[in-house]
Design a protein around this ligand. Structure first.
Ligand code: SF4
Length: 238
């Protein structure tokens, strides 16, 4: 068990760790994370472009790393197809699929059909945030592919973050990466990726809440557009 823990780590310790990680490459952050937390670390993988980079790096550091995908039952067929490709490419990864407590039919019965159109926060809570809480129970840290340039709400993310929402530590090795660098890495190592990225979907979530972006639009403009929502809730403080 790691000595570094959400409940005991001080702000000074976090500043010191982040400063020291900033001196190395991304792979050093990944290595540090698995050296520090080993099986107490779960990578919450969305299977977006950043995930292709992280999965590749992680598999070189800890072949049987724990990886979780939150399956809302509303993802695009292309996303499910990519997951199968990843299983074949990295067969030793310990990839689990976490599903919500209730089916879509049960959700419709309890809250009405197409909840995402009327109460997307509640839909994300049921289908993403609650399952994530259950995944993280008993673990010390989780990893995410957040990048600072993705949005204003992500501009201050550090390599190691105190995550108040899940009372955990959140590790984000890709904070400094630009979108072009993600794609350079994917092409350089001929990694698989979601076919929708080639159809103007820079950011891909659930099918009902994701549309392609138009030229000049922000990379996350296609997520929850017209719903006044920018995050699913996993990365919000509370
Ligand atoms: Fe529901 Fe949309 Fe959130 Fe998916 S992204 S859980 S469909 S509100």
């Amino acid at each position: 068990m790691s000595s570094l823990h959400y409940s005991s780590v001080t702000d000074e310790q976090l500043v010191h760790i982040n400063k020291s990680l900033a001196k190395g490459d991304t792979i050093e952050v990944v290595k540090w994370a698995y050296d520090t937390f080993s099986d107490d670390l779960i990578y919450s993988c969305s299977f977006g472009a950043e995930a292709m980079v992280l999965l590749d790096m992680i598999s070189g550091v800890k072949k049987n790393a724990r990886v979780t995908f939150l399956d809302t039952h509303l993802h695009f067929p292309e996303t499910y197809a990519l997951i199968e490709q990843i299983r074949k490419r990295y067969p030793e990864l310990h990839l689990t699929i976490k599903e919500p407590e209730i089916s879509l039919a049960q959700q419709a019965e309890a809250h009405g059909a197409e909840l995402w159109k009327r109460q997307p926060d509640l839909c994300c809570q049921i289908r993403k945030v609650d399952p994530m809480e259950s995944v993280l129970k008993g673990t010390v840290a989780w990893m995410s592919g957040l990048r600072r340039e993705q949005s204003a709400t992500r501009a201050d993310v550090q390599f190691v973050n105190r995550d108040e929402k899940f009372q955990s530590l959140k590790i984000c090795p890709l904070i400094h990466w630009r979108a072009e660098e993600v794609w350079q890495y994917i092409h350089m190592f001929e990694l698989p990726y979601n076919a929708l990225h080639d159809q103007s979907y820079p950011s891909i979530g659930c099918e009902p809440c994701t549309r392609p972006v138009k030229e000049g639009e922000d990379s996350r403009a296609g997520r929850w557009s017209q719903l006044g929502k920018t995050e699913c809730g996993l990365h919000l403080a509370k």
